[in-house]
Design a protein around this ligand. Structure first.
Ligand code: ZN
Length: 509
C-alpha cells in the first residue's frame, strides 16, 4: 500500500489529506485564527474567586475569562506541611478538596493550560496541570508520575518502558508513554523526551519574561500534529505546497523523527495541490449523503445532533429470492465502506447502522466481525456493541476533532437543516391566507404576489380551475410573479400604485 500525506497550507486555512493507494482516507481542515485553543498555555491573572463553586475566573486575554476549578489546581504537598494541622491524613484530605480561597488570591498571576475549548456563552476551561504531548510521550512537568498507555498489553514491555523512562526522565516530572512508543527505539524515546523537556524550559522562560494575560505556548498547528500523529514510518511521501510550512515541518521532523526527513517534499507545480492529486473531488464526495458501493448497493448517511444513522440499501443488487449468502456479502462490503466513511468524515458519538436483514445468527455475527476488523485501520477508538433484535448495529466512536461536515458546512438556510420545505399544495394555501390577511376585501388596485418559479407555475395552473387559489375581490387584482432563485417558502405581497410599489408584506414561513 502506498501511503501519502498531502498538505495544502495558505494564509486562510490548512488542509491535510491522508491517501492510501490514491484513496482519500482522512482529511483534516483547520481555519487560521480559528485554531483550537485546547493545549494552549497562558500566563493568566485571577479575575475573581467563586468560593461557593470552588472555582475561579482567570483572565488569559481571551474574549471571556477562563474557568478554573479547585480540583484542576496544582497544589504542592509541601504547601500544607507547615499547616497548623500536622496530622498527615488532614493534609491528604486537603489535597483532595483544596479550598479555592487558600489556593488563589485575586490578581495573582498563574500559568494555566486550556482543557476545553470555549463555546457558546462559556469561557475556556483551564487547569494548572500542564501536559505537553509528543508523538511517543506526554510530558507532565508538574507531577512526578510514570504511566504507560493501557493499549500496550505486553506486561514485560510495560515494565521495560517504565524502567527506561524512570532512568532518563528528570526527577519531579511525569511522563506518560503513548501506544506508538511500543514500536519505538530507546534512542527515539530519549530524544523526544529531551525535546519535550526543552520545550517546557522555553515555556517557563517565556512565562518569567512576560506579564499576564498572555499566550505563552500554542498547541502545535495542524501540520505539526500531522507530523506527530500521522507521519508514521509506512508513509512514503509528505508533500507540502507552502515553502514556509515546509521549512517549519522539516524542523519538527528533524527532532521527532529524523529518519523521515527524506520523505518530505515541497510541491512546486502550478495550481491547487489538491486538484493536482484529485483530492478536491473526493472531499465533495465525502460530504454527500449517498455513498455507492461497487456491487450496486448504497449507504445513506444521516447526521443528526444526537447520533449518526447509516442505512444500508440494496439498490438494484438484490432481487426477490436472494440467498442469504448474497445478502451476507453485501453487508460485509457495506461494513468495510462504513469503516472508511467514519474515518473520512470523522464521525463520532453514537452511530447506528441498519444493515440488510439477515436471518441466520451466525451470519449476523459475521457482519459485526467484519465491521470490527475494518475498524482496526482507524486511529480513533471505537466500540461496536453488536446487533440488536431489530438487526441494528450500535457503535460509538471517540470524538477527537470537529467532524468534516461541521468544519466545512452550515445548516441549509432553505430548510433549516430539516431537509424539507412546505410542498406546493401547502404553499398555495399559504399564499391565499397571506393575501386575505394583508389585503382587505374592499381594497382597490393591483397587487403583485412574488413567489418562487415552481410555486408561481402551480398557482397559475390551479387558479384556472374551479377551486381558485387566489381570493376573488371585487376591485382588487392579483398578479403572480415568478422570482428566479427565490426561497421556496417566499411570499411577498406588494400593492402597485402609479408611484410604483407602495406597501407590501414579506413572509418567510
Ligand atoms: Zn435544505
Amino acid at each position: 500500500m502506498i501511503k501519502k500525506i498531502i498538505a495544502d497550507a495558505n494564509t486562510h486555512e490548512a488542509r491535510v489529506a491522508l491517501m492510501e493507494d490514491n484513496d482519500l482516507v482522512e482529511i483534516l481542515v483547520e481555519m487560521r485564527g480559528k485554531e483550537r485553543l485546547v493545549g494552549n498555555i497562558y500566563k493568566g491573572r485571577v479575575a475573581n474567586i467563586l468560593p461557593g463553586m470552588q472555582a475561579a475566573f482567570v483572565d488569559v486575554g481571551l474574549e471571556k475569562n477562563a474557568f478554573l476549578y479547585a480540583g484542576d489546581i496544582l497544589c504542592d504537598e509541601s504547601d500544607f506541611l507547615f499547616d497548623d494541622t500536622q496530622d498527615p491524613s488532614n493534609v491528604k484530605k486537603k489535597l483532595e478538596v483544596p479550598n479555592i480561597k487558600e489556593l488563589l488570591k485575586p490578581n495573582q498571576e498563574i500559568m494555566v493550560q486550556v482543557l476545553k475549548q470555549p463555546g457558546g456563552s462559556k469561557g475556556a476551561r483551564v487547569t494548572t496541570h500542564i501536559t505537553l504531548p509528543g508523538r511517543l510521550l506526554v510530558l507532565m512537568p508538574t507531577v512526578d508520575h510514570i504511566g504507560v498507555s493501557r493499549r500496550i498489553g505486553d506486561e514485560q514491555k510495560r515494565e521495560q518502558l517504565k524502567e527506561f523512562i524512570g532512568a532518563v526522565k528528570p526527577s519531579n516530572m511525569g511522563v506518560i508513554v503513548r501506544t506508538v512508543a511500543e514500536q519505538a527505539s530507546d534512542e527515539e524515546i530519549a530524544s523526544e523526551l529531551k525535546f519535550l523537556v526543552r520545550l517546557w524550559q522555553k515555556v517557563q522562560e517565556k512565562s518569567d519574561f512576560v506579564s499576564a494575560p498572555r499566550l505563552i505556548h500554542a498547541e502545535e498547528t495542524l501540520l505539526f500534529r500531522t507530523v506527530r500523529d500521522m507521519l508514521t514510518s509506512d508513509v512514503q511521501e509528505f508533500i507540502i505546497n507552502d515553502k514556509d510550512y515546509y521549512e517549519k515541518v522539516m524542523a519538527v521532523v528533524n527532532i521527532l523523527s529524523p529518519s523521515m526527513m527524506d520523505r518530505l517534499k515541497l510541491f512546486e507545480e502550478e495550481g491547487n495541490i489538491f486538484d493536482y492529486f484529485n483530492i478536491e473531488d473526493k472531499i465533495t464526495k465525502a460530504l454527500q449523503r449517498k455513498v455507492w458501493l461497487k456491487n450496486g448497493c448504497y449507504l445513506v448517511i444521516d447526521e443528526t445532533e444526537a447520533l449518526t444513522v447509516i442505512d444500508v440499501n440494496t439498490g438494484k443488487y438484490i432481487g426477490e429470492d436472494n440467498l442469504q449468502d448474497t445478502i451476507l456479502n453485501a453487508n460485509i462490503e457495506a461494513a468495510n465502506e462504513i469503516a472508511r466513511q467514519l474515518r473520512l468524515r470523522d464521525l463520532s458519538g453514537i452511530i447506528v447502522i441498519d444493515f440488510i436483514d439477515l436471518e441466520d445468527e451466525g451470519n449476523k455475527q459475521k457482519v459485526v466481525d467484519a465491521l470490527n476488523e475494518a475498524l482496526k485501520h482507524d486511529r480513533t477508538k471505537s466500540n461496536v456493541l453488536g446487533m440488536t433484535e431489530l438487526g441494528l448495529v450500535e457503535m460509538t466512536r471517540k470524538k477527537t476533532r470537529r467532524k468534516l461536515s461541521a468544519l466545512t458546512q452550515a445548516t441549509c438556510p432553505c430548510c433549516g437543516g430539516s431537509g424539507k420545505v412546505y410542498n406546493l399544495d401547502n404553499m398555495a394555501m399559504r399564499v391565499r391566507r397571506e393575501i386575505i390577511r394583508t389585503v382587505k376585501s374592499d381594497a382597490h388596485g393591483m397587487f403583485i404576489v412574488e413567489v418562487s418559479g415552481p410555486l408561481a407555475e402551480y398557482i397559475v395552473a390551479h387558479n384556472n380551475q374551479n377551486q381558485a387559489v387566489l381570493p376573488h375581490y371585487e376591485n382588487a387584482h392579483f398578479f403572480i410573479r415568478s422570482v428566479k432563485n427565490a426561497h421556496p417558502e417566499q411570499i411577498i405581497v406588494t400593492q402597485v400604485t402609479d408611484k410604483g410599489a407602495l406597501s407590501g408584506t414579506q413572509v418567510f414561513c
